[in-house]
Design a protein around this ligand. Structure first.
Ligand SMILES: [Mg+2]
Length: 158
């Protein structure tokens, strides 16, 4: 069950403090979009989320948004938050993680991946060799297939 187990669990992104990451040598961060930094299909990060991205930058932590969603939402969000974007990323496949590590210009050992889903964010991150951080979804509203997946996910939630 190792590949389904996150290294760390937090209630939300704001609880993941930039200093805490920096202390662990995790100077690169791969961040999921939907239901991690905004509600599913949401387009507006909260002021707290924008501040959190600024704090990461201040702590010297480089961020890449890695989302399975296509379209322009990811690009727009990246521009808003001042970070590069890989989308659609095909998580948990390795291609998106390889691109993200190339953008960060860092080895996997210096990077963590943060997201709300075990079968995409945690599985993909673990397979890519980065540290994995699981957060609760921002809202319960989401794609019906994702809701179905969560029924299975429950078995793997610690
Ligand atoms: Mg997500």
């Amino acid at each position: 069950m190792g590949v389904f187990s996150p290294d760390y669990i937090f209630p939300d992104i704001l609880a993941v403090r930039p200093a805490w990451l920096a202390e662990r040598g995790l100077r690169g961060l791969i961040v999921d979009l939907d239901n991690t930094i905004v509600p599913w299909r949401g387009d507006e990060p909260t002021p707290e989320t924008i501040t959190w991205f600024e704090e990461l930058r201040g702590a010297g932590i480089r961020v890449v948004l890695v989302s399975n969603a296509g379209g322009h939402r990811g690009e727009r969000m990246g521009a808003l938050l001042g970070v590069p974007v890989v989308a659609p990323a095909k998580k948990p496949m390795s291609v998106g993680y390889r691109k993200a590590l190339a953008l960060l210009q860092m080895p996997a050992s210096d990077v963590s991946a943060l997201g709300d889903q075990i079968f995409t964010d945690v599985l993909g991150g673990n397979r890519a060799g980065v540290a994995t951080i699981l957060v609760d979804p921002v809202t319960p509203r989401e794609f019906f297939l994702t809701r179905l997946v969560r029924l299975f996910e429950r078995r793997f939630r610690p």
